[in-house]
Design a protein around this ligand. Sequence first.
Ligand SMILES: *Cc1c(COP(=O)(O)O)cnc(C)c1O
Length: 447
Amino acid sequence: MKLHGTMRINDRGHLEIGGCDAVELARQFGTPLYVLDEQLFRKNCREYHQAFTLKYSAEVIYAAKALFNMAVCRLVEEEGLGLDLVSGGELYTARQARFPMARVYFHGNNKSFEELALALEYKVGRIVVDNFYELELLNRLAKERHVRADIILRLTPGIEAHTHEYIKTGQIDSKFGLVIENGQALAAIKKALEMDNINLRGLHCHIGSQIFELESYAHCARVMMGFVAEAYKETGWTAEELDLGGGLGIYYASGDRPPSVQEYADVLVNAVSAAAEELNVPAPRVIVEPGRSICGPAGTTLYTVGAIKDIPGVRKYVAVDGGMGDNPRPALYQARYEACAANKAAQPAAEVVSIAGKCCESGDMLIWDIALPPLEPGDILAVSCTGAYNYTMSMNYNRLPRPAMVLVGGGQADLILARETYADLVSHDRLPARLRKGKLSNVASAR
Ligand SMILES: *Cc1c(COP(=O)(O)O)cnc(C)c1O
């Protein structure tokens, strides 16, 4: 397993993260356990801040959907980034963590009436409008409140998956955004410009996630700038800002070679300014929305090894006490991960095994065919790069409680997310009177 951030192997031969012995963390907080490396999370934020903001005055908005809770929200604020939020729940969380709402971009392809009202009440910096219905609705809500909503329009640049199969959100046949090619994007601009309670500030697009090909970004930037110039010619409106979304890929397992954040920034910003010059329009301020590349490598999940099943001549399964409930990515998209035995981190690999989760699904496999030291029940397995789209996509399938999360740094570990309990699992159940039996009737109504 590649060591990330503050990871090292200590004198006891154990994996250490943020100065904390991973085996101790597992004992103190239990497993499965999400461990977040504070120093690495902050370093990744700073890298973006330097590469985009200090070098180009571009803005960096952290995409909360990759990893979010109140503590993460505080880290993002302290590092000076903005937030890309997509739901009332995320808005509420940011509010509870006292995040400055002027630095929030509010996304979503089907924002509800209540969510838009909440965004206006909180006075978020921008609402990223996805469709005509939302544009009308927002204009009406803003009028009722005697405010003008600052918006940008989400567009689909019509970029097909020609470089990487995960570039999936920028194509014309997409549930996201307004299509440039068929004139809907231009019609939306004209409509927004006529509205009394809408202030159109710029345009947005997002071509997908886990992208390694920087040329895809340059291509997207050129397409968007071409449209900025067309819109200017047709309406006289100039885009103040151009939000090019997120999606920079990260290292998960051997073979992954992501570009650096600085290379990404250089390619993106230069493509925008070159196009602006060529098309003779003012260069808009660039905005990016990284999620995975900030939080992904900063997360590690600790599990305890349980049943080991050797099927001679076939495969050896090593089962852990978590799986698709806390990390659905392998089951969802055949995602690959690396791992090490945290309590045997200095020992050489001796056999190839496959790591299974504990859910009632054959697809609940975390890692196929990984070389590890000989494992026994009770060993602690550490899976790296689980910071993004693990906790935020976690579920209670099989009524497994969600894990706890600790923030580690400088030898200190702080609980930032409590482990769910069995009581939490039944706390939203309700038993109608006719189904109650004896004392059971008090269980569901206890909370
Ligand atoms: C998911 C998403 C992001 C973040 O993507 P990452 O791959 O995590 O960087 C940014 N913007 C939008 C609109 C998204 O949907």
